[in-house]
Design a protein around this ligand. Structure first.
Ligand SMILES: [Zn+2]
Length: 231
């Protein structure tokens, strides 16, 4: 059976001062059965028996991201997501930035989204295997880019898998793509009210709405469920 079961392209119309449309792409594949996961735990990843394994995010900073933006990437794109995912899963989160490291940091991501995703998946899998990092549900390999992948596609992810690409064009795109990697979906996204109308991480971008920096309750449950039997 083809590894790629289905390919879903989701478009969001989004208007700023200039008209622009945003999209993220999801490749929907089921995560393999838990017993097919790599069980090894490298030294740096050891956890106590009673503590759940943290989420490890390897964030590859593409060379096209301006040096002036790099210092604020964690604060601008990750910190709210880390708070949310820690609250939802009870797991600690480690984000490790990888910079200036060809062929990862200069990967030619501008291509049709499925081709771009496949190329990144191949590269990042090599990185994972060369570094003896785990093949499991709690280790993710994310390429951060300065620009859209192509046209209106701002991110691409495969549901429940380890690899994705997220542009820094919107503040919630990192959390959106990481959400896909933890099986959150668009259908359960919401507009909520927190003093103003805001969109949850998995929601398409709508003019005039702010960011909630959280998942909807439905997506929180999906994420919890996905990780419930992970070590
Ligand atoms: Zn999406």
């Amino acid at each position: 059976m083809s590894k790629l079961i289905s390919f879903i392209l989701c478009l969001t119309i989004f208007q700023l001062t200039t008209q622009m449309s945003l999209a993220t792409t999801v490749m929907d594949r089921p995560w393999p059965a838990a017993n097919s996961e790599t069980l090894m735990t490298p030294k740096d990843f050891s956890t106590t028996a009673i503590e759940k394994r943290p989420l490890f995010v390897f964030a590859f900073v593409h060379d096209d991201i301006p040096a002036s933006a790099i210092d604020s990437i964690f604060h601008s794109y990750f910190s709210d997501w880390v708070k949310e995912i820690t609250a939802v899963t009870g797991r600690r989160v480690s984000v490790e930035f990888v910079r200036n490291m060809p062929p990862y940091s200069n990967y030619s991501y501008k291509a049709a989204s499925d081709i771009s995703y496949r190329g990144w998946e191949r590269l990042a899998r090599n990185y994972r295997d060369e570094k003896n990092l785990p093949h499991n549900r709690t280790t993710k390999f994310l390429l951060l880019t300065n620009s859209a992948i192509i046209n209106n596609v701002l991110g691409v992810a495969s549901s429940g898998q380890q690899f994705d690409i997220a542009s820094l064009i919107g503040k919630q795109i990192v959390g959106h793509e990481l959400g896909h990697m933890l099986t959150a979906n668009h259908d359960l996204s919401e507009v909520q009210y927190n003093g103003w109308w805001c969109e949850t991480f998995m929601r398409d971008v709508t003019p005039g709405l702010s960011n909630c920096y959280r998942y909807s309750d439905g997506n929180r449950e999906l994420i919890k469920s996905f990780l419930s039997d992970a070590p």
